[in-house]
Design a protein around this ligand. Structure first.
Ligand code: NDP
Length: 449
C-alpha cells in the first residue's frame, strides 16, 4: 500500500488479508479502493467510527455449492458453484455469473467487491454481487451446457429473486446459458419471474442493447474522456483484447464513432488487421461458430495471427483491454506508452495490474478503471429490470440513448469527484470515492446491519 495512506486504512487492509487468506485478486481489488479512500476518511470521521469500510469489505453472504452433472458419454463431473452476495445497501444484489476453469472464491469476491461501486456509479438502485463456477463450457455440447446449468440453478434458485439477487452473464455465460438457467428457475419455482435474471433472449423478456451494452458503454466512456481533451475517436487506431461479448461490441461502437480497431485476441493469441477488424467475419467466427481467433486470420487476407505473444505490442492510440483480470502488466503498459498510446480504457474487470496503472499514470496516459468504463452492461441490465417490472419494451434507439447518457454521467461524476478530492484527472480515485460515498451513505441510513 502506498506510503501516504493513513494507519486506519492500513489496519483495515491488514485485517482483510488476515481474514481472507490466499484470495489475491480480492486483496488487489480491496487495496486499490482503500488507497483512494484516505481523503474520504479525513472528511468523514463517522465512517471510521461506524466501521463503514470494514463492513463494506465483508460480504453480506457467501454461498459455495456442489454442482454434479453428466457429460454426453455418461461420465460424472463435479464442479463448484459460487454466489457472493456482497452488498445490498442500494438494491438487490446484482452481478454476473462467470463459468471459467480459473474461477475460485477469491476471483468471485474481487468481482463482487468491484461490482458494489460500479453499480453505485450507474445511479441505478442495484446492490453488488457476483457468482460463477469453475466449469469450462469450451468444447462442451449444448446438451452438456444445459445439464450443467440445470444442476447449477437447482441449488442457486433458493438464493435468487427479483427483489433479492439478480444474476446476469459474464465470461462463459451468454444468452444460451442464461436461457437454460432461466428455464430451470421457472421450472423449480413455478414462477415466470422475468426480473430474476438479465441478459435474457429478446423473445422472452430480454432488452434491446443489453448484448451490446458493455462494449458500447466502454466506447462511449472513452469518447467522453477524449472530449474533455478536445479529441474524438476520428482517425484513431484502437487495440481491443479479447473477442467475446465486450470486445466484439466495443469494436462495433469504436468503428461507428470513427475509430479503427486493428487488433483483437483470445486466449490462444491475437490478430492484427491494419485494414480494420471485419466485424461481420469476427461475429461469424466467434458468435456463430464459437471458433478461434486464428480462424478469423485464415479467412481474412489483410490479417495475420500471432500465437501467444502480447497484443499490447501492437501500436495504437487507444487500448481497450476486454478479456480478463491482470492481462495488462507493467511491461505491457510501458510498451503501450512508448508506442504512443494515449488512452487505456478497461472494458474487462481489473485487466490492468497495479504496476500497469502506475506506469500509465507516470507516462501521462489517460486511464479509465473498469468499474466506471464497463458499467454500461449492468446499467442496461437495470434497464432490462425496469422494462420487465413495467411489462414494457423500449426501442433500440431509446435504450442506446439512455446508455450513452448514463456513461457520460458516470464519466462526469468520476471527473468531478477527482477534482473535488484534489486529484484532477485521476478517474481511479474519482470512481472509487464517488461509488464508495454513495454506498456508505446508504449503509449508514440502514443502521448497524
Ligand atoms: P466472454 O466469455 O464473452 O469473452 C471473454 C474473452 O476473453 C474471450 O475472447 C476469451 O478467450 C478471453 N479470455 C478469457 N479469459 C482469458 C484468459 N485467462 N486469458 C486470455 N484471454 C482470456 O466474456 P465477456 O466479454 O463477457 O467478459 C470479458 C471481461 O469483461 C471480463 O473481465 C468480464 O468480467 C468483464 N465484463 C463483462 C460484462 C458483460 O456484460 N459481459 C460486464 C462488465 C464487465 P477464450 O475464448 O480463448 O477463452
Amino acid at each position: 500500500m502506498s506510503g501516504d495512506v493513513p494507519a486506519t486504512v492500513h489496519a483495515i487492509y491488514d485485517e482483510v488479508l488476515r481474514r481472507n487468506p490466499g484470495e489475491t485478486e480480492f486483496h488487489q481489488a480491496v487495496r486499490e479502493v482503500l488507497e483512494s479512500l484516505a481523503v474520504v476518511l479525513d472528511r468523514h470521521s463517522e465512517y471510521t467510527e461506524m466501521k463503514t469500510v470494514e463492513r463494506i469489505c465483508e460480504p453480506e453472504r457467501q454461498v459455495i455449492f456442489r454442482v454434479p452433472w453428466q457429460d454426453d458419454r455418461g461420465e460424472v463431473w463435479i464442479n463448484r458453484g459460487f454466489r457472493v452476495e456482497f452488498n445490498s445497501a442500494l438494491g438487490p444484489y446484482k452481478g454476473g455469473l462467470r463459468f471459467h476453469p480459473s474461477v475460485n472464491l477469491g476471483i468471485v469476491k474481487f468481482l463482487g467487491f468491484e461490482q458494489i461501486f460500479k453499480n453505485a456509479l450507474t445511479g441505478m438502485p442495484i446492490g453488488g454481487g457476483k457468482g460463477g463456477s469453475d466449469f469450462d463450457p469450451k468444447g462442451r455440447s449444448d446438451a452438456e451446457v444445459m445439464r450443467f446449468c440445470q444442476s447449477f440453478m437447482t441449488e442457486l434458485y433458493r438464493h435468487l429473486g427479483e427483489y433479492t439477487d439478480v444474476p446476469a452473464g459474464d465470461i462463459g455465460v451468454g444468452a444460451r446459458e442464461i436461457g437454460y438457467l432461466f428455464g430451470q428457475y421457472k421450472r423449480i419455482t413455478n414462477r415466470y419471474e422475468s426480473g430474476v435474471l438479465t441478459g435474457k433472449g429478446l423473445g422472452w423478456g430480454g432488452a434491446l442493447v443489453r448484448t451490446e451494452a458493455t462494449g458500447y458503454g466502454a466506447a462511449f466512456f472513452a469518447e467522453a474522456m477524449m472530449d474533455v481533451r478536445g479529441e474524438s475517436f476520428d482517425g484513431k487506431r484502437v487495440v481491443v483484447s479479447g473477442s467475446g461479448n465486450v470486445a466484439v461490441y466495443g469494436i462495433e461502437k469504436v468503428h461507428q464513432l470513427g475509430g479503427t480497431a486493428v487488433a483483437c485476441s483470445d486466449s490462444s493469441g491475437y490478430v492484427v488487421d491494419d485494414a480494420g477488424i471485419d466485424l461481420d467475419l469476427l461475429k461469424q467466427v466467434k458468435e456463430v461458430e464459437r471458433g478461434r481467433i486464428s480462424d478469423y486470420a485464415e479467412r481474412r487476407g489483410s490479417a495475420s495471427f500471432v500465437a501467444g505473444g502480447s497484443i499490447w505490442d501492437v501500436p495504437c492510440d487507444v487500448a481497450i483491454p476486454s478479456a480478463t483480470q491482470n492481462e495488462l502488466d507493467g511491461d505491457a503498459a510501458a510498451v503501450l506508452a512508448r508506442n504512443g498510446c494515449r488512452y487505456v480504457v478497461e472494458g474487462a474487470n481489473m485487466p490492468a495490474t497495479p504496476t500497469a496503472v502506475k506506469a500509465l499514470r507516470e507516462a501521462g496516459v489517460a486511464f479509465a478503471p473498469g468499474k466506471a468504463a464497463n458499467a454500461g452492461g449492468v446499467a442496461t441490465s437495470a434497464l432490462e429490470m425496469q422494462q420487465n417490472a413495467s411489462r414494457d419494451r423500449w426501442t433500440f434507439e431509446h435504450s442506446e440513448t439512455r446508455l450513452a447518457e448514463i456513461m457520460r454521467d458516470i464519466h462526469t461524476r468520476c471527473h468531478e469527484t477527482a477534482e473535488e478530492y484534489g486529484s484532477p484527472g485521476d478517474l481511479v480515485l474519482g470512481a472509487n470515492v464517488a461509488g464508495f460515498i454513495q454506498v456508505a451513505e446508504a449503509v449508514h441510513a440502514h443502521g448497524l446491519i
